[in-house]
Structures are given as C-alpha cells and as structure tokens.
Design a protein around this ligand. Structure first.
Ligand code: ATP
Length: 357
C-alpha cells in the first residue's frame, strides 16, 4: 500500500509564485524517501503541504486510503521535525519529548514512561532533566527525533534535520537516523539540499527543479542514469563532465578526440547529429600515455580529495575532469589521458537522456 500519494499537487503562493506545479508522487509504506533540489525548488513547500501546514491550490494529498487535502494538520497523523528542532527552551528533555502526548491528553504518568522509553532508545537517558540550552546540537537533534517517535505517527517528515550539525556529527547522525528508520519501518520523507545525504540515506529520491519533479529513482539510478542534464549536473560530489560531441559512425568526436558511443545509446544515435556526452569523473581511467578512445590534453588543475585527486585536463576547447587514485596523480603541465567507461557514459539529446526504454 502507498503511504503517501500526491495527485496533481499544485501550490501557488499569494503573489503568484508557483512553488509546486501539478506534482504526482507515490511513496510506498515504510520507504525512506528524500526530496532533493536547489534552493527555492519547492522542497519545503511540498513537505509542508503534505503536513497540512500549507493548503494546496489544487490537486490532492492521500495518506493510505484517506484523502486529507482538506484535513487539519493535527488530524493527519504525521510527525514533522524542523530544521531548528523547535524544542521548548523552558522545558526539560522529558517534557519536550512528552509534549505531543500532552496535546493528545495522555495521562502524566504514561507520558513520562513513554518519554523515558524513547529517550533511552536514543541514548538520552542521562540527559532527561536538562533543558535544550544545556545540550549539544547533536543531543538536541536526538530530542527532536525522540519527540517525533513518542507519537504513533503514520509517517515522519523531516525538513533538513541535520543542517545545524557540524560535519562529523552530521555523518554520525545520518547513520543513526537511517538505522532508526530501518528498525521502526516508518515511512519517512526527508528534505535536503545535500545530495550526498540523499544518496547515502534514501531508499528512493526525487530531484526537484522549479516546482517540478524531474526524476524519481533509487540513489543508484539517479546517480548512474540522470534523466536530463539538469539532474546530471546537480547530482554527484564532483559534477559530471557534459561535453559537446558529434556522432561519427560508430564513435563520437569530442573536442578533437574519438571516443566510444555510450553503451546505453548504442543504435539510438544518427550519424552527424550533435549531442552532449556525459561521463562522471569517477568513471574515467587515467593514464600519462596515450590510450585508444581516451580524451587527451594538458593537465591544468590537480585537487586533493583525500584518497584520490580530481584532475582537470584541457582537451581542445573543453575542460574534462577525472578522479585519479592517490599516488598516480599528475602535476599541472603534464600530458594526460582520461579513458571513459562506455558502460557508464551517457548521451543527451536536447538535454534529455538518450536510452532505450
Ligand atoms: P530551500 O532549499 O532554500 O529551503 P526550497 O526548495 O525548500 O528552498 P521553498 O521554500 O519550498 O523551496 O520555496 C519554493 C518557492 O516558493 C520559492 O520561490 C520561494 O521563494 C517561494 N515561497 C516559499 N514560501 C513562500 C510564501 N510563504 N509566500 C510566497 N512565496 C513563497
């Protein structure tokens, strides 16, 4: 059964901003779903419209079998965690966790028991008497999570819940949240603008642009087969190489070099047509000497990524990037050759992926 279904969901704010434009989306029960996209694309609006904090201009929100489009937020059975955690500064951890139960008129003793049980599960047992101001960012985040878990919600909605944590805590929290979601099996929608976070955590994800969903898929599908050049350039910690190319028989001419046609586009291209050739820097094998089918040029920049280096080659009029394992990196001024993997390279025609099916 689907937990959340959006049908033709549109939100136009007063003043005319079309933040959501006829969105359709189905999120199955138990899924960890990430909403990803650049600033202003409509992620928060989508989450708030699911929660009922914004009213849809048209279209509908269905939770399970129930159309909740015109139902108040409190009656939707959803739990939302905000970016700033929205903890009450004057309440201790126990009362913060128990707050939604108080609203639901659960008896005081039962509330306390539930808060302690959930707090213990999230490693907060020693901190139950403290106030938010006496907690670290990571601990505050756990309190916000505990508060959500204390309610029996149909789904969790998270709006950038990790963005206030420093880099190391963020990584820890990511793993923790993922494990917790697995254990609880609660449908979770997670908004982030951090694509590494979405790739790492989500079962499936949607990439949004200007009120539209451009692609829905597993992290692997979205990373390896971006459906258009917008998604291709948005996803990936090092951006995909997107190079002008001309089809020449059974190969491509890219900036004066001859490379193999991407396997996914074999038989789908016309001789002489202009396309955009896409290949991720991670899917290049790099060598100092010439190699057949490689993009060859002069090394201009070498950036240290830790266990590897990002090498930029000037190939004719194009810049091409390749990830090179540590110890094999060149220095600027060297000749270099980047051989793309034909099984991972892609072809885009008018911005859209050329592929069968
Ligand atoms: P960010 O990553 O920066 O938080 P977002 O993807 O969550 O962005 P939204 O906050 O959903 O984007 O905003 C989508 C669009 O709607 C933007 O153009 C924004 O300026 C506009 N918008 C958001 N809230 C309102 C509002 N209350 N009134 C008018 N326009 C709004």
């Amino acid at each position: 059964m689907s937990a959340i279904e959006l049908r033709g969901l549109t939100k136009v704010y007063p003043g005319g901003v079309r933040a959501l434009d006829a969105l359709d989306l189905v999120i199955p029960d138990g899924e960890f779903f990430a909403l990803l996209g650049p600033s202003g694309c409509g992620k928060t609006t989508l989450l708030r419209t699911i929660a009922g904090l914004e009213t849809a201009t048209s279209g509908s929100v269905v939770l399970g079998e129930r159309d909740v489009t015109n139902i108040q937020p409190g009656a939707r059975d959803l739990a939302m965690v905000f970016q700033d955690y929205a903890l009450f500064p004057h309440m201790d951890v126990t009362d913060n966790i128990a707050y939604p139960l108080r609203i639901k008129k659960v008896a005081k003793a039962a509330r306390g028991d539930k808060a302690r049980e959930v707090g213990e599960r999230l490693g907060l047992a020693q901190l139950m008497d403290r106030r938010p101001g006496q907690l670290s960012g990571g601990q505050q985040q756990r309190v916000a999570l505990a508060r959500v878990m204390a309610t029996q919600a149909r789904a969790f909605l998270f709006d950038e819940p990790l963005s206030n944590l420093d880099a190391r805590l963020r990584l820890e929290a990511r793993t923790f949240l993922k494990r917790l979601q697995r254990e609880l099996g609660v449908t979770t929608v997670f908004v982030t603008h951090d694509q590494a976070e979405a790739l790492a955590m989500a079962d499936r994800m949607a990439v949004m642009e200007a009120g539209h969903i451009r692609q829905v898929g597993t992290p692997a599908e979205v990373f390896q087969r971006p459906i258009n050049t917008f998604v291709a350039s948005f996803i990936g910690s090092t951006p995909m190489n997107l190079l002008d190319a001309v089809v020449r028989g059974d190969s491509l001419e890219v900036s004066g070099c001859k490379v193999a046609v991407p396997e996914s586009a074999a038989g789908l291209l016309t001789d002489g047509e202009k396309i955009v050739y896409g290949v991720r820097p991670e899917y290049m094998s790099y060598s100092a000497g010439p190699a057949e089918g490689a993009l060859g040029g002069k090394v201009s920049i070498v950036e240290n990524l830790g266990a590897s280096h990002l090498v930029t080659l000037e190939v004719g009029t194009a810049s091409v990037q390749a990830v090179v394992p540590e110890g094999r990196e060149p220095v600027p001024g060297d000749d270099g050759y980047a051989l793309p993997r034909a099984d991972r390279a892609l072809a885009y025609r008018d911005g859209d992926l050329v592929a069968a099916g």
